[in-house]
Design a protein around this ligand. Structure first.
Ligand SMILES: NC(=O)c1ccc[n+]([C@@H]2O[C@H](COP(=O)([O-])OP(=O)(O)OC[C@H]3O[C@@H](n4cnc5c(N)ncnc54)[C@H](OP(=O)(O)O)[C@@H]3O)[C@@H](O)[C@H]2O)c1
Length: 251
């Protein structure tokens, strides 16, 4: 039997950090399956291009701002409800890694900035969305963690710790917000985006060698898993963090 895939018809999603990379792929997948989306990112020009790619104003609205800015978060959530009449799905994809280097020498301001953008902001997005819509109407949230949450990587200490905080935040929110709101996370290994270019550029064969599935991830791989967790297909799943790693952690 062939099913037409419209799992998100009539749903509105807000995807943070969605002018490119994983966030944009998630927004594209949700729109392809019937959703309307609000996408965020700091640079307005890139966001305008993303909105056009997503099918224009009937399907997508861009709200420019920094995920660490609370006024921006409040405005984007308000805009979603105004533009599309609700806010059923939230994807916390915006994330930063401003420093690379050993923890023992880490600039503590950078550590705080990382936790603020990757953890505190993600929590705040959930709070805003819950007050505006999810609390009364229900819905689903997916947070973008990282394999770094489970497998420490030298030089990425603050980033990895923030992503593990996000795993625990996901679990606690799932406990507190059920049964109306499901909260899950995905933890990808290396996905080919601008964010990770420095890690694989010029050495992709080497970077791929440890992956049993023989390749690095794509934004579309992550988008498919996020869409599953947001959909009714995952209606008995909450508080989980799904590893998306091409089998890497089996080694
Ligand atoms: N790529 C990987 O290998 C990988 C692996 C595991 C987890 N992740 C996680 O996946 C998420 C998305 O990463 P990605 O690879 O898709 O990155 P990306 O390709 O660099 O895209 C990042 C997106 O977020 C926006 N953004 C960046 N900083 C922001 C901020 N402070 N406030 C609001 N928007 C911001 C960017 O637009 P502007 O620059 O215009 O703001 C862009 O739209 C992150 O949370 C990352 O930690 C990535």
């Amino acid at each position: 039997m062939i099913h037409s895939v419209t799992r998100f018809a009539g749903r509105t999603a807000l995807v943070t950090g969605a002018s490119r990379g994983i966030g944009l792929a998630v927004a594209q997948r949700l729109v392809a399956e019937g959703a309307r989306v609000v996408v965020t990112g700091r640079k307005p020009g890139r966001l305008t291009e993303a909105v056009a790619l997503l099918g224009g104003p009937d399907r997508a609205v861009g709200v420019a701002g920094d995920t660490a800015d609370d006024e921006h978060r409040a405005a984007a959530v308000t805009r979603a409800v105004e533009a599309f009449g609700g806010l059923d799905l939230l994807v916390n994809s915006a994330g930063i890694n401003p420093v690379f280097g050993p923890l023992v020498d880490l600039d503590l301001t950078a550590a705080r900035t990382t936790v603020e953008a990757n953890v505190v902001a993600a929590l705040s997005w959930v709070q805003h969305a819950h007050r505006a819509w999810l609390g009364e109407h229900g819905g689903a949230v997916v947070n973008l963690s990282s394999i770094g949450a489970f497998a420490p990587s030298a030089g990425l200490g603050a980033y990895s710790a923030s992503k593990l905080m996000l795993v625990h935040l996901t679990r606690t929110l799932a406990l507190e917000l059920g049964p109306g709101v499901r909260v899950n996370a995905v933890a990808p290994a290396l996905v080919k985006t601008r964010f990770s270019t420095a890690i694989y550029d010029g050495r992709e064969a080497e970077a791929t060698a440890d992956y049993p599935l023989g390749r690095l991830g794509t934004p579309e791989d992550v988008a498919a898993a996020v869409a599953f967790l947001l959909s009714a297909d995952a209606s008995w799943i909450t508080g989980q963090t799904l590893l998306l790693d091409g089998g890497l952690t089996l080694r």
